[in-house]
Design a binder for this molecule. Sequence first.
Ligand code: MRU
Length: 352
Amino acid sequence: MAANYLNLPKSITWNNGTLTLLDQTQLPIKTVFEEQHHIEQVWDSIKQLKVRGAPAIGVAGAYGLVLSLKDKTHLNSRDLLRTIEKNAAYLDSARPTAVNLKWALTRLVELANSLADRPSAEICDRLEQEAMQIHTEDRQLCRGIGAQGLPLIQPNMGILTHCNAGSLATSELGTATAPMYLAHERGISFKVYADETRPLLQGSRLTSWELQQAGIDVTLLCDNMAAHIMSQGLIDLVIVGTDRVAANGDVANKIGTLGVAILANHFNIPFYVACPYSTIDFATAKGDSIVIEERGETEVTHFGLRRTAPDNIQYRNPAFDVTPHHLVTGIITERGIVQAPFESNLQQLYAA
Ligand code: MRU
């Protein structure tokens, strides 16, 4: 079977110092690529979700930091390191929940600090190499997740996913979608149900689009249809991505994931979460300490550009929720599938 996912547009490209992002806010109507010229533009692209998905914002943040150093090679290394730390903190402030952004930026800052005695031009060059390495690694991590998750997909299964943890959210195969792409490539037939994912419709605009482009059998659902579809026995497996896994296995992901996990538990459907090691935050003990991004009003009060709520209505717009680990069947990582007890098993898997 053709590996059609390879023809999907790349969410991020770095070509001889030029950073280009696919503007995901315009998909699936238009495929628009936008060159990024300065750090404020990258911050804004992350904030506005032109680039989105935990691994992708890590990669974009790393390149954004490199971009911000283009005209800084004349600085002495002490001033350069200060600039690097300041710019990393600025980029990290774009979105608080996905730990991959902080993880990638910290990796660059630590590398820069370890090179403090080197000339500034060399420090900048090494950071560029490291950002490219993060990008390449992300591709490999998705492949690893795909290989580990592949045995979960059996012929004729119905698989539900929420939001977009696909190619668009990463550097190639996605996380939740990686086992699906590999299963499809091996000729296994299965059906994916994609929740539309209100308010920003990542499931409808992005997941159903990329799976359809890749030739995978995908059916779009409004979020409130999942319970009904599960009650009809159409779902055998749930796989979602995540923005941050706490040390105890609690999982932050797109708002609505908790509801899906509760439903899966009710209907006795295995609920899996897929992520690379860069999404596991051992420094955060439990899910309730994860900062949940609150977004603006119009995403809730409007449907597209049209207002659908009364004027002056009170609103809430948390972009993520936390699924407690007791609702998680397993976490599919590039090193294997982690099951309860999550805390010790995660630690064991990633012990140095
Ligand atoms: O707000 P978004 O679109 O960045 O949210 C994305 C998600 O919640 C994804 O499921 C998560 O980042 C995993 S992406 C591999």
